[in-house]
Design a binder for this molecule. Structure first.
Ligand SMILES: [Zn+2]
Length: 413
């Protein structure tokens, strides 16, 4: 986007955002003249949103509101997100261009939480918009425990499974436990669609290996709505023209060079009901400026949440790298990690087979390759996730990978 065009869009959204009580106080009345001026505007933080919820960020008359959502409340106070009819129509339109290519005849099993959460509803609407048939299986409910999801996948000849990536691993295990061969016994399945947590390259590979079908990713959050999605080449492209994305250094002062990892700050350019101005997403991303086969020029790698960053030997280790390490282990499906008191990265990984064991040579190879010191405990199945728990192994909120060393002590076999 040309600079003048971008500034015009930014000024439009700033003017619109001042319709809310929150932004009226903190945004200037006069249009901005430069990108530098824009970058001096204060960030919007999750704390701001908590304080302003539920009504402080609404910019349209109440009659224009069509849908309400709340973010999962890890801290107790949820964050509100409102959508107008135009917002929903636009999201549906863009979302239905997802690289998975929903078509009539598709049967899409949606295994995202439906209650208050956004993503399930967006996938649901987009799939139907393209003529697919939706099976709203939900996730955080006792009505569809994993064995029932496996049964639905087979019985209904499901073609696309849409779920959080960790849940796709859980479903795989449940199917295997029921005696099915993933690649042979689900012949209709043609793709898996993921959203709801960062999909690392290792996790994508694991899922494609398990299920034998391509995986398509999507990135967004309740506060902002979807921001990026995979094209048919499985590259995650930002929704240009709908979001202005800044990738900032760790002091949140300057933009990092293309290809470097930084902190994602987004401004929604077209959202009507509750726009976000310079929202600190809390995610670390890499933006690669390279032309994709599909014609788009910018690709995002979502490296993980800031709070999932571990420090080892004076350098940050993010979810991508943690999963890269796990992907080399003999068991790699269910794991947690913490910083051990002696500075090592301490992994706890559930054994997939009884005989799984760790060769010291592998550990030292991983240590020298990643420049970290490691401790890896292979623990019995069920140590990290209770298989008897009907709600996705007890995964009632966002998946957790990084935890305290106290958790490790308490769960030591
Ligand atoms: Zn592409």
């Amino acid at each position: 986007m040309a600079t003048s065009e971008r500034m015009e869009k930014i000024n439009q959204v700033l003017r619109h955002a001042r319709g809310s009580s929150f932004y009226r106080e903190r945004l200037p009345e006069t249009p901005l003249r430069s990108w530098e001026e824009f970058q001096r505007l204060p960030f919007t933080t999750k704390e701001d949103l908590r304080r302003q919820s539920p009504h402080g960020l609404i910019c349209v008359p109440s009659e224009q509101l069509r849908q309400y959502h709340e973010s999962s409340a890890t801290t107790g106070t949820p964050v509100s997100a409102w959508f107008s009819g135009d917002d929903l129509a636009e999201i549906q339109e863009r979302f239905s261009e997802w690289g998975v290519g929903f078509i009539p005849g598709d049967r899409v099993l949606v295994r995202f939480p439906y209650a208050l959460s956004t993503i399930g509803h967006f996938v649901h609407a987009a799939a139907q918009h393209k003529g697919a048939c939706v099976i709203p299986a939900d996730s955080r409910t006792t009505i569809t425990p994993l064995p029932r999801v496996v049964e639905l996948l087979r019985k209904l000849q499901v073609t696309v499974l849409a779920t959080i990536s960790l849940s796709a691993v859980m479903i795989a295990e449940a199917a295997e436990m029921a005696g099915f061969n993933l690649r042979r016994d689900f012949p209709h399945l043609r793709a898996i669609c993921c959203a709801g947590e960062p999909l690392t390259q290792s996790r994508r590979r694991l899922l494609e290996e398990l299920w034998g079908v391509p995986v398509y990713d999507n990135y967004g959050m309740t506060e902002t709505g979807p921001q990026a999605m995979d094209c048919r080449e499985q590259q995650l492209h930002p929704w240009q023209g709908h979001f202005c994305m800044e990738v900032l250094d760790e002091r949140l002062e300057k933009e990092v060079a293309p290809g470097e990892t930084g902190y994602l700050v987004v401004t929604s350019l077209t959202r009507r009901a509750s726009p976000m101005i310079r929202y600190l997403t809390g995610d670390r991303v890499q933006r690669l400026e390279r032309r994709c086969e599909c014609g788009q020029g910018s690709t995002l790698l979502i490296r993980g949440r800031v709070e999932d960053l571990l420090w080892s030997e004076g350098r940050p280790i993010d979810l991508w790298e943690l999963e890269e390490i796990v992907s080399q282990l003999p068991s790699r499906r269910f794991w947690r990690v913490s910083s051990a008191p002696d500075g090592r990265l301490h992994f706890m990984v559930e054994k997939e087979r009884d005989g799984d064991s760790l060769r010291p040579a592998l550990l030292s190879r991983l240590e020298s390759h990643h420049g970290v010191r490691l401790r890896v405990d292979l623990v019995p199945k069920g140590t990290l996730y209770d298989r008897q728990e009907p709600v996705s192994f007890g995964m009632t909120g966002k998946p957790i990978y990084v935890c305290s060393s106290r958790f490790m002590q308490e769960h030591r076999s």
